[in-house]
Ligand binder design. Structure first.
Ligand SMILES: Nc1nc2c(c(=O)[nH]1)N[C@H]1C(S)=C(S)[C@@H](COP(=O)(O)O)O[C@H]1N2
Ligand SMILES: [Mo]
Length: 246
């Protein structure tokens, strides 16, 4: 298995932001500077090569980034959230972490941000290039303090597709990859509803269905066996590959 170095030092940003209005309690608590097991592990193994997905320029942007799969979340709660500009949306972080809790949208925006212009490839046979902005998942995981024995990240979504809750998962290599971000912007603007507002995963070395939209939570787990049908994602449970490398 390829080992990857990663580049995140979230501690300073957490220190800078913790007393501002809108920051959640969790955001303040992680100032202690959690040193997760995986962070130490990745550091110890540092120097490995990272394979990066290609990045493009603004000239390459698709004029319209279509939506696919769920185009909204058909619940009262989501419509209410949309009505208030998703100001009160929370991303729950749980499972095998030292600091379980919730990030507010302000928390998400206060973390160091990454912007990347990438091509999205859907198995249904279309592609689109978009510019995505958000914190690296690694900075959230570092703040949460990943515990020993963690092997996967599970991404929880708000929407049901054909009567079942959408979800996704990845391994620690992709979780700590620099291009794995929790995006809150597309092309410099708040994420449109059709593209997963207010938060969606970008996991750029894999196919479209891995890029979970309408994120409500992240769980750090040892095994995927007991989650839904045990294959690690909505489409995986219906026969798609779990590792959807491009
Ligand atoms: N929550 C959720 N995430 C999802 C889906 C979905 O239906 N629900 N569809 C997936 C598929 S198949 C693709 S191709 C992309 C589409 O992203 P887009 O709507 O921004 O084009 O989202 C993925 N993530
Ligand atoms: Mo897709």
């Amino acid at each position: 298995m390829q080992r990857r170095n990663f580049l995140v030092a979230a501690g300073a940003a957490f220190l800078a932001g913790c007393n501002e209005i809108g920051k959640s309690e969790w955001f303040g608590k992680v100032v202690e500077g959690a040193e997760g097991w995986h962070r130490g592990l990745h550091r110890a193994l540092g120097g490995g090569r990272i394979t990066m997905a290609p990045e493009y320029t603004r000239a390459d942007l698709s004029p319209y980034f279509r939506g696919n799969g769920s185009l909204t979340v058909d619940t009262e709660a989501y419509r209410a959230a949309e009505g208030s500009g998703f100001a009160d949306w929370r991303l729950r972080v749980g499972g095998l972490v030292n600091n379980p809790g919730e990030l507010s949208m302000q928390d998400i925006r206060a973390l160091p941000q990454r912007t990347q212009i990438t091509r999205h490839d859907c198995v249904e046979g279309w592609s689109a290039i978009g510019e995505w902005t958000g914190p690296q998942l690694s900075s959230i995981l570092d703040a949460a303090g990943v515990q020993e024995g963690a092997n996967f990240i599970v991404f929880r979504c708000a929407d049901d597709l054909n009567g079942a809750r959408y979800y996704e998962s990845c391994d620690m290599d992709d979780a700590f990859h620099p291009q794995t971000i929790i995006a809150h912007q597309l092309n410099g603007e708040a994420l449109p509803v059709r593209n997963g507002a207010p938060l969606r995963l970008r996991i750029e070395r894999q196919l479209g269905y891995k890029h979970a939209k309408y994120l409500t939570g992240i769980d750090v787990v040892a095994s995927l066996d007991d989650i839904e049908r045990g294959e690690g994602g909505y489409w995986e449970d219906r026969g798609y590959q779990w590792y959807a490398g491009i």
